[in-house]
Each structure stands twice: as structure tokens, then as C-alpha cells.
Design a binder for this molecule. Structure first.
Ligand SMILES: Nc1ncnc2c1ncn2[C@@H]1O[C@H](COP(=O)(O)OP(=O)(O)OP(=O)(O)O)[C@@H](O)[C@H]1O
Length: 224
């Protein structure tokens, strides 16, 4: 199986009030195409920082970050934007949906940005939302949806452009335990059906065990 992401000796420190805190101290990780990996660690261990490295938005990292065989460490902002757009999907703890658009429109929009025609984009949005169990909420706006429904729309939006790798930061962290289980199971079914890989940050070991593999962030490095 091909590696979709390879991190080699990734490091990140923050300087706060003249004190340097090393959060990532040489992270090595391979994610294979189609594999769902749980990134486990307590609050403050650096899970979000590691997802930011792979998400190619923030600078300040050293080491090598390859996505689908392309080295990103020295890529310029145009290359990073294209890789983000074409290969990555993002899900956060809070949904970040556009409040004035319906569920369907929130999933159509990223597809239209890459040039998908409106009709195909709408069909895909409906298919994704229906497979996540909210086919009866297509024209609701985010404020008219429950937390679990909002997070399902965010999942559909992240998958809309068929990314090779989904980066999810505590995607069910804002939901009660029962809803978190349901949404995570639907997310995993859909990701596996679509053949995407995913790196899912969680501090919840029970949820982590649902994934193909677990990696543990401890003292700035990954333990397997
Ligand atoms: N921009 C920043 N400036 C200074 N310190 C930062 C910054 N971003 C993160 N940190 C520090 O890095 C450490 C790791 O933070 P990070 O958010 O990656 O942890 P996390 O494992 O995702 O935590 P949580 O589960 O609570 O979201 C924390 O100690 C945090 O204070």
C-alpha cells in the first residue's frame, strides 16, 4: 500500500515569555492510503499541533512532511494551497459551517470551488448527507440542526472533494457520548467506503479503538 502521508523528524516549539516549549520533538509517522489512524494523547500533548503540521496552514515546523509523495516542507504557499484543496479534508471539534447556507449548500460549496458543476455537486452532497443519516435535513441551515447533525454536515463537507487524507481534530468532542458513538461510526463507515485515509485526534481511548491503528503522542514523540 502507498503512503499518503509521511512525517520524518517533525519538530515544533513555541516561545512564550522567553521560555521555549518543545511540543513536537521528532515525530515520525506513515499513514497508508485508506488507513484510519487514531492520534491519541491527553490535553496539551500536541495533537492539534501535529494536525496543523499535516494541514499545511501553519509554519514553524522543521523536518520532512510528504503528502502523496510530494515534499511539503519547502513548498511555497501556492503548492500548499493546491495540496490542501485537492488532497486534504478537515473536520474540527466545532463544525464551522456557513450559517446562512443549508446543509446541502455547505457541502456543494467546496465542490464548486474546484470546478464541479452545480448538478453533480448537489447530487454528491445529497448522497453523502443521506449516507450519514440526515437525508431528511438537506435544506436546514446549521442553526436548525442538532449538534450531531451539524457535525455530520461537517463530515460530508470534508469528504465532498474525495480527499486522500482527512484530518479530524476531536470530531465528536463536542457531542454527548451516545451521539459521539453514532457520528463516529457513521464517519468511519463513510471514510472506509470512500477509501480515504484519516488521522483522527482524540483523547478518548474507547473511540480510538474503533480505528484501524492507534498512535500515542507522549513527550513530543509518537509511540506505537
Ligand atoms: N500558538 C501557540 N503559542 C504558544 N504555545 C502554543 C501555541 N499553540 C499550542 N501551544 C502549546 O502547545 C501545547 C500543545 O497544544 P495542542 O493544542 O497541540 O495540544 P492538544 O493535544 O491538541 O490539546 P487539546 O486536546 O487540549 O486540544 C500546549 O501546551 C499549548 O499551550
Amino acid at each position: 500500500m502507498n503512503n499518503i502521508a509521511t512525517l520524518t523528524d517533525v519538530r515544533r516549539s513555541f516561545v512564550q515569555a522567553d521560555i521555549e516549549i518543545s511540543v513536537l520533538r521528532g515525530v515520525n509517522l506513515n499513514i497508508k492510503a485508506g488507513e484510519v489512524v487514531a492520534l491519541v494523547g491527553p490535553s496539551g500533548s500536541g495533537k492539534s499541533t501535529l494536525l496543523q503540521a499535516l494541514g499545511l496552514l501553519e509554519g514553524g515546523f522543521t523536518g520532512s512532511i510528504q503528502i502523496d509523495g510530494e515534499e511539503m516542507a519547502k513548498a511555497d504557499s501556492t503548492q500548499r494551497t493546491l495540496v490542501r484543496r485537492d488532497k486534504l479534508g478537515f473536520i474540527y471539534q466545532f463544525h464551522h459551517l456557513l450559517p446562512d447556507f443549508s446543509a446541502t449548500e455547505n457541502v456543494i460549496l467546496p465542490q464548486m470551488i474546484i470546478g464541479t458543476n452545480r448538478q453533480d455537486a448537489e447530487l454528491r452532497a445529497q448522497k453523502l448527507l443521506t449516507s450519514l443519516g440526515i437525508g431528511h435535513r438537506l435544506s436546514h441551515r446549521p442553526s436548525q440542526l442538532s449538534g450531531g447533525e451539524q457535525q455530520r454536515v461537517a463530515v460530508a463537507r470534508a469528504l465532498a472533494n474525495r480527499p486522500k487524507l482527512i484530518l479530524a481534530d476531536e470530531p465528536t468532542g463536542n457531542l454527548d457520548e451516545k451521539t459521539a458513538d453514532i457520528v463516529l461510526n457513521q464517519f468511519l463507515d463513510l471514510v472506509r467506503n470512500e477509501g480515504s485515509a484519516a488521522l483522527v485526534a482524540t483523547h478518548n481511548e474507547r473511540l480510538a479503538q474503533k480505528m484501524d491503528r492507534q498512535v500515542y503522542l507522549h513527550n513530543g514523540v509518537l509511540e506505537f
